[in-house]
Ligand binder design. Structure first.
Ligand SMILES: *Cc1c(COP(=O)(O)O)cnc(C)c1O
Length: 360
């Protein structure tokens, strides 16, 4: 594998090897154009075709109808923390947020900081975000209902999304977009920074139900205006051309192996292998409650911080990188995104057994 190791980083994260090879092969001469894609005008026919194809691929992979539009924007998921209230707020109504971790809380705080009415409707903070709160329901005065589908730092994930009726469900899917089949009809807006499970950093995928485009006020900055981007098919200004290109290749990689259901099956098998290895001993202890566990980011503790440090450094010597947990949970975090092969998880589990044998 040309010196490549298993990279469990939370993001930017591992990409499919075949995608990297395609990028390499097309780098100097993109499809006979005599130049690389990143040297090409975003107004060229070639790039325009790539954008159109990419929008269609998002629709195809997730099953979105013509009622939805895909946008490729910049500013990361953090940019969307601002874009959501800027575009979707309604006079006299309140943006509602579920606090399931650091990113969810940042989204909530950004809305408040911008002066919008925002309310935290539920929180898992008192158990250090080890679960997804249940019984979620929007209030009568909700402008939108915001959740973070996968909590990258804590390793929890919504297994089902709340029913929000007429209130648009807004979901930060930065770390689990394309990880499993979703019911497109449930959503008002989905956004995802690509660098976890969908591509490189610097491009953010937004999928919006078209009727919501009518909410965007003219007075907000154009760069955050969903309607402006929708009208220009994501080419209002120079987009991250390279980012869109890589996202396109990742989507084809999903499609060509049989689509989202195949990917989901592989993800469930990988996650089961790892959670079984954790649960099967008293040495490792999972952070997330069993009913809330993430398929993408698996978090666990060892008996002491010294052992955790040792685990991370010895893992690296075994070509298993990026396993240090986020400081707000501590311990270990293995990000097992779509592009992590089953062999990577098996290698990790083998290392865990050996580590426990020596240190348990
Ligand atoms: C990484 C992450 C973010 C922040 O993404 P940026 O692209 O760095 O702004 C937001 N939400 C979730 C769930 C994330 O995992």
């Amino acid at each position: 594998m040309s010196g490549r190791i298993f990279n469990f980083s939370a993001g930017p994260a591992t990409l499919p090897l075949s995608v990297l090879e395609t990028i390499q092969a097309e780098m100097l001469d993109y499809k006979g154009q005599g130049m690389s894609l990143i040297e090409m005008s975003h107004r060229s026919k070639t790039f325009d075709a790539l954008t159109v194809e990419s929008e269609a691929l998002v629709r195809e992979i997730c099953g979105f109808s013509e009622d939805f539009q895909t946008l490729f924007v910049q500013g990361g998921a953090t940019g969307q923390f601002a874009a959501v209230p800027l575009n979707l707020s309604l006079e006299g109504k309140v943006g509602e947020y579920v606090n399931t971790g650091s990113w969810a809380n940042k989204a909530f705080k950004e809305a408040k900081q911008l002066g919008y009415a925002a309310r935290e409707v539920a929180s898992s903070a008192d158990t250090n975000h080890d679960h997804i709160p249940s019984g979620l329901k929007p209030g009568r005065d909700a402008a939108y209902f915001h959740v973070t589908s996968n909590n990258t730092i804590f390793g929890t994930q919504f297994q089902d999304f709340p029913e929000t009726g007429d209130v648009p469900l807004v979901v930060d899917m930065s770390s689990d977009f394309y990880c499993k089949r979703i019911d497109p009809g449930q959503f008002g807006l989905i956004y995802a920074g690509a660098q976890k499970n969908a591509g490189p950093s610097g491009v953010t995928i937004v999928v919006i139900r078209k009727d919501l485009l009518e909410r965007s006020p003219k007075s907000i900055p154009s760069i955050f205006n969903y309607k402006t981007f929708a009208e220009k098919n994501s080419l209002y200004n120079t987009p991250n051309t390279f980012g869109i290109y890589v996202v396109n290749l990742v989507m084809k990689w999903i499609r060509d192996q049989g689509g989202i259901d195949i990917v989901e099956k592989a993800n469930r098998a990988k996650a089961k292998t790892l959670y079984d290895a954790i649960d099967g001993t008293g040495f490792y202890k999972a952070h997330a409650r069993e009913d809330s566990r993430s398929l993408m980011n698996v978090t666990w503790r060892l008996p002491s911080e010294d052992l955790e440090k040792k685990f991370v450094s010895e893992a690296l010597e075994n070509d298993l990188s990026g396993l240090k947990g986020h400081r707000s949970v501590g311990g270990i975090r293995a990000s097992i995104y779509n592009a992590m092969p089953a062999a990577g998880v098996e290698a990790l589990v083998g290392f865990m057994r050996e580590f426990e044998r020596k240190n348990g």
